[in-house]
Design a protein around this ligand. Structure first.
Ligand SMILES: Cc1cc2nc3c(=O)[nH]c(=O)nc-3n(C[C@H](O)[C@H](O)[C@H](O)COP(=O)(O)O)c2cc1C
Length: 200
């Protein structure tokens, strides 16, 4: 078996999302081109998790202090009947407790031109002055310009390590007409999907 060497680039542990463009693991590849590492190695695990490219969402809710938003790429559709979606919120986030308890919220799928919105709601949650929005059918703010919006009522919150899995039932859903491309997130970078040529 090929010798395994581990020489991860150093970096502060900033959780799953806090470090944009996280250092790339520089481990010697094994014969099958995969290098094992200890799952307890948070930096290496974050890097490997980051190989799973995702879309990007902003989740909003209304609070006593006004609207709140948060960028999240942990969104996943779960069920059509009943319509269920999930995302996970980090316990370390100052916004965790609001999103883990709010009864209504809206998940927005961002388009390729909405990187600024993603960065904005990653850095803070209360300033909506740069964006147009209206109160949605469930009361949660609905941001303009997104590809899709899922208004949810809280279904369940499951403790999951250093995150909470927040499961919501979709009460109202909306989609922008056309084929606008989504904003994607891969290896700590934003990007855009490029379709392969159709057919053989
Ligand atoms: C592309 C991207 C995706 C993110 N996805 C999540 C996520 O799914 N869950 C989460 O808790 N934080 C996620 N974050 C981090 C939050 O947006 C936010 O930065 C973090 O919770 C810090 O918030 P705080 O200021 O409330 O402590 C993501 C950040 C980015 C840039």
């Amino acid at each position: 078996m090929a010798e395994q060497r581990f020489a991860l680039s150093k970096g502060r542990d900033m959780g799953l999302y806090g470090q944009m463009n996280p250092g790339v693991a520089t481990q010697a590849p094994m014969d099958n081109d995969l290098s094992f590492f200890a799952p307890g190695d948070a930096a290496a695990l974050r890097s490997a998790f980051g190989r799973f490219g995702t879309g990007v969402t902003v989740i909003t809710t209304q609070t006593d202090a006004g609207p709140m938003g948060m960028t999240a790429n942990s969104f996943s559709s779960v069920s059509l009947d009943p319509p269920l979606v999930l995302w996970s919120a980090a316990l370390r986030s100052k916004r965790h407790d609001v999103f883990a308890t709010t009864q209504t919220y809206c998940i927005h799928v961002l388009g390729q031109d909405q990187e600024a919105m993603a960065l904005h709601f990653a850095s803070q949650g209360h300033d909506f002055t740069s964006f147009d929005w209206t109160a949605g059918p469930g009361g949660a703010p609905q941001l303009e310009g997104c590809l899709a919006a899922f208004h949810c009522k809280l279904d369940a919150v499951h403790p999951a390590g250093d995150h909470s899995i927040i499961l919501g039932e979709v009460t109202h859903a909306a989609e922008r007409p056309g084929d606008g491309a989504g904003l994607l997130f891969d290896k700590g970078r934003f990007g855009v999907f490029t379709a392969k040529a159709a057919g053989p």
